[in-house]
Design a protein around this ligand. Structure first.
Ligand code: PLP
Length: 955
């Protein structure tokens, strides 16, 4: 008899019990409530037998948090981030530690959701307004969005904006031959799908003859050359087109703004404003437009409005969720953007201010000027006389040797061709770096300080900046770290994120973003690598990506995965492009019809249009399922031109539809491909694989199912997974580290691995959970949704259920009856939830007048009950309206959310305690910083930059 347990018997701490909220006892309680004996029994009852996978997930055993941290550190150590001087839109930068730790690494920023509930998102909305103001000022155009996915896709969006805004302009879209090479390729991929003609030309020679719908100029160019945009702007305008300028924001602190010089649209990346290189992303791109074009802007636009007390308040303007409303007429398919990175870049400008940014730009330029002068003094030819940060050196026949020597000396340079080397300086460059680069050219660096003293600037004098920028107080106040820390804290304290409580957003899967998953992204091996560094210096990333793509293929049942798309919307486009490529290769290019059920996510229709397809809507039955009779009829009508169907599974109604296998059969028989939108994979992992039950292609959302945080509206990763016959049509990239992936349909993102820097998060999640942990997570997610449905069905009818009366991982609460009877709307319920300390569920998607609740596996029973209790209490409040005790207008439901000021005002027609503490006094109460915001006011009075300070004082 032993008096102790052995190490083996003690076992190891499993991560799954940290990730999954409810413990065994809580799971048992919840199972009793939903009437099933075990998780197995629940899942057997919920998931249609026809789609169940037979074998457990084969991912190997789960690892501990300590093991995964060590594995990722080892992978990071196999990357060699040298001094990043390749340029091409990616530059060395120094993330101020106060911003790194208190934004990028702070859950109050990174676990927030997209600010659709503006009253509880004022902090990030202010940060994004700072971003828009910064971009508008520097580009010299009045309206900027916040944000786009990367510079390449921003340029492609600009091209489609030109087509929308100038429908009558004929002729090609002309792209500068000195544009970033990856931008040219992303634009080509998009243009091919939409049938837009693209011509690449040296714009130093002027526009090609004939009609032109628009042109894109890189300012400064990839080679470092700086063309004056003025003549081009006039020429494009004369031909009825629009000029797009892709600009470098840091350069714009010294060079005149493109807006001032005639540009209609300016795009670019804000990476070098303090955002780590991350081997290509995530980074926030931007777009700014001239007056008159704002209603064509893709992506999100933050605007200023007022709340119910007349105080100024921020919210998303104009095209809020516009894909959901405009669908195939949307301006673009962008949904998830790059909010966390936009906040980081904006804060970099807030911290440095206009003088600080200018000094950084001047130092960067000095290094380049000294480098160029030293090369020339040693008879190395420098191609351009004027430049900002990039020196193009001509070294006939020696370029490869110079780049190799620089690599030995610790710097990555750009190998342009056999005779040319590009060297881009950055905030990180100093004279020591310049000296080692000179060494690689075989040039002595003995007298650099003297050269610095006698070498004039090499900026083009006719383009020196004369217009002011960033004069708003926000960019001129927070200079000390103390001030900055408090500003960051003040903003994040205004917001409700997962660090405060549950965010039960249907379709968005707001689950735990574990610290062990997050920490590795800051390791220098992952954070500081340039995306075009030689493959040998990125061995850790390659292994991580290969494994992650392999695991994602395993869990989805597909044959090949590409992690290149940097949001779900981009995964959709990539998947549809694969279908397009497949049909065309078989001589069936006429297949261009894309069937989409009426309940689909809005991005689906928008992506189909971007892939050059025509959207045809398939009806739903009264039970919310795809109407198979209508589907058969549509397939018959489109027998010759059917390209695909896009279905979400489980459906956006939160139900496992039985008809899915039959649906796949019908579409395949008609010659179409089946696209399964995999955003709802959290209900499938371990139980069913789309690649096995009939899908040909899916995208996944790593920022939903696989734990990448939403970051307040991005970053995301939207891998595309395909069966073998579509594998040849996955995204390629001209400088892909894997030589087999260089040729193909072209890139969907600017970098070969898209948002590579956040892939360690999902890698860690899969490794920490193992197959059994993932499977249990799915079952608990389904259990939690059913538990909420059961607890709330008396108060609010559950709109759709499937098998045995069960829902999948989310449920839709139908408020339409109550609204009709009492005048209390979904908005009122959503805002009242704030008073109870919750973020609202998804509102009015996919059905208007409803709330869609997705609790996820990460919320424990206490939090689930707190939410259900709040909803039941709100129902009781609605009943008081129904009973005539309050009119809807004068009820606490319409008055919600209540600020402290409102509660203390003495003007409420009901008890102040009921207003502010409806669930009882609470020392940890979250107080919304503003009251109910007037959406219409903000759209009528569109204002999208930082408001003058006096307006706040007056408010
Ligand atoms: C979230 C979501 C998308 C879009 O993903 P983004 O990353 O936001 O572009 C597409 N389809 C469904 C069903 C989704 O829930």
């Amino acid at each position: 008899m032993s008096d102790h347990l052995t190490l083996d018997q003690l076992g190891e701490q499993s991560f799954a019990i940290r990730h999954i909220g409810p413990d065994e006892a809580q799971v048992a309680t919840m199972l009793r409530a939903v009437g099933h004996d075990s998780l197995d029994a629940l899942m057997a009852a919920a998931v249609p037998a026809g789609i169940r996978q037979e074998l457990p997930l084969d991912l190997g055993a789960a690892r501990t948090e300590a093991e995964v941290a060590a594995e990722l550190a080892a992978l990071a150590a196999r990357n060699r981030p040298l001094e990043p001087m390749i340029g091409l839109g990616y530059h060395g930068t120094l993330t101020p530690p106060v911003i790194r730790r208190n934004v990028l690494e702070d859950p109050s920023w990174y676990t927030a959701y997209t600010p659709y509930q503006p009253e509880i998102s004022q902090g990030r909305l202010e940060a994004l307004l700072n971003f828009q103001t910064m971009v508008a000022d520097l580009t010299g155009l009045p309206t900027a969005n916040a944000s786009l996915l990367d510079e390449g896709t921003a340029a492609a969006e600009a091209m489609t904006l030109v087509r929308r805004a100038r429908p009558k302009a004929a002729g090609p879209f002309v792209v500068d031959a000195d544009a970033l090479p990856q931008t040219i390729e992303v634009v080509r991929t998009r243009a091919a799908a939409m049938g837009i003609e693209v011509v690449v030309a040296d714009l130093a020679e002027g526009l090609p003859d004939g009609e032109v719908c628009g042109a894109l100029l890189q300012y400064p160019g990839a080679s470092g050359r700086i063309l004056d945009p003025r003549g081009l702007a006039e020429d494009v305008a004369d031909r009825g087109g629009l000029l797009v300028v892709a600009a470098d924001l840091l350069a714009l602190t010294l060079l005149e703004s493109p807006g001032e010089l005639g540009a209609d649209v300016v795009v670019g990346s804000t990476q070098r404003f303090g955002v780590p290189l991350f081997y290509g992303g995530p980074h926030a791109a931007f777009m700014a437009v001239a007056q008159g074009l704002e209603r064509h802007l893709p992506g999100r636009l933050v605007g200023v409005s007022v709340d119910n007390a007349g105080h100024q308040a921020y919210r998303l303007a104009l095209q809020t969720r516009e894909q959901h409303i405009r669908r195939d007429r949307a301006t673009s398919n962008i949904c998830t953007a790059q909010v966390l990175l936009a906040v980081t870049a904006a804060m970099y400008a807030v911290y440095h201010g206009p003088e600080g940014l200018k000094a950084i730009a001047q130092r960067t330029h000095r290094c380049a000027a000294v480098l160029a002068a030293a090369l020339q003094e040693s008879d190395v030819e420098v191609v351009h006389g004027a430049f900002f940060d990039t020196v193009l050196a001509r070294v006939p026949g020696r370029a490869e040797a110079v780049v190799a020597a620089a690599r030995e000396a610790g710097a990555h340079l750009r190998l342009v061709d056999a005779d040319h080397v590009g060297v881009s300086c950055s905030e990180r460059t100093d004279l020591d770096v310049v000296a080692s680069v000179l060494g690689a050219f075989g040039v002595s660096a003995a007298e650099l300080p003297e050269i610095d003293g006698r070498t004039p600037d090499a900026l083009p004098t006719e383009l020196l900046r004369r217009t002011a920028y960033l004069d708003h107080p926000v960019f001129n106040t927070h200079r000390s770290e103390t001030a900055m820390l408090r500003y960051l804290r003040r903003l994040s304290a205004r917001d409700y994120a997962l660090d405060r409580g549950m965010i039960p957003l249907g379709s968005c899967t707001m689950k735990l973003n574990a610290t062990t998953e997050m920490e590795p992204i800051s390791l220098p091996g992952f954070a500081d690598l340039h995306p075009f560094a030689p493959a040998e210096d990125a061995a850790g990333y390659r292994e991580l990506v290969t494994q992650l793509e392999g695991w994602l293929a395993t869990v989805t049942g597909y044959d090949q995965v590409s992690i290149q798309p940097n949001a779900g919307s981009q995964g959709e486009l990539a998947g549809l492009m694969a279908i397009r490529g497949y049909h065309r290769a078989r001589g069936e290019g006429a297949r261009t019809v894309c069937l989409i059920p009426s309940s689909a996510h809005g991005t689906n229709a928008a992506s189909a249009v971007m892939a050059g397809m025509r959207v045809v809507v398939v009806k739903a039955t009264d039970e919310g399922a795809v109407d198979l009779d209508d589907l058969r009829a549509q397939c018959e009508t489109h027998r010759d031109d059917l390209a695909a169907i896009m279905v979400t599974y489980p459906s956006t109604h939160g139900v496992y539809e039985d008809g899915i296998t039959e649906l796949c059969r019908i579409v395949h028989e008609a010659g179409g491909q089946v696209y399964v939108d995999g955003a709802n994979l959290n209900a499938l992992l371990g139980y069913a694989k789309p690649g096995e039950f009939g899908g040909d292609v899916s995208h996944l959302n790593l920022h939903k199912t696989f734990c990448i945080p939403h970051g307040g509206g991005g970053p995301g990763v939207g891998p595309v997974a395909v069966r073998e016959h579509l594998a040849a049509y996955l995204p390629s990239h001209p400088v892909h580290p894997d030589a087999d992936r260089r040729e193909g349909i072209g890139p969907i993102s600017a970098a070969p691995y898209g948002s590579a820097g956040i892939l360690p998060i999902s890698w860690a999640y899969l490794r920490l959970m193992g197959g059994a942990g993932l499977t249990r997570a799915t079952a608990v997610a389904v259990l939690a949704a059913n538990y909420v449905a059961v607890r709330l069905r008396e108060a609010f009818p559950v709109l759709y259920t499937g098998h045995n009366g069960l829902v999948a991982h989310e449920c839709i609460l139908d408020l339409r009856g109550l609204t009709k009877a009492t005048g209390v709307s979904v908005d009122d319920v959503a805002k009242r939830l704030i008073d109870y300390g919750f973020h609202a569920p998804t509102m009015s998607f996919p059905v208007a007048g409803t709330l869609m609740v997705e609790p996820t596996e990460s919320e424990d029973l206490a939090e689930l009950d707190r939410f259900c209790d709040a909803m039941v209490a709100i129902r009781a409040e609605i009943d008081r309206v129904a009973a005539g005790e309050w009119t809807p207008e004068e009820s606490p439901l319409r008055g919600a959310p209540h600020t402290a000021e409102a509660a203390l005002s003495g003007t409420l027609g009901y008890d102040a305690m009921l207003a502010a503490f409806p669930a009882g006094a609470d020392p940890d109460k979250y107080w919304p910083p503003v009251g109910r915001i007037d959406q219409a006011y903000g759209d009528r009075n569109l204002f999208c930059a930082c408001p003058p300070v006096e307006e706040f004082a007056a408010g």
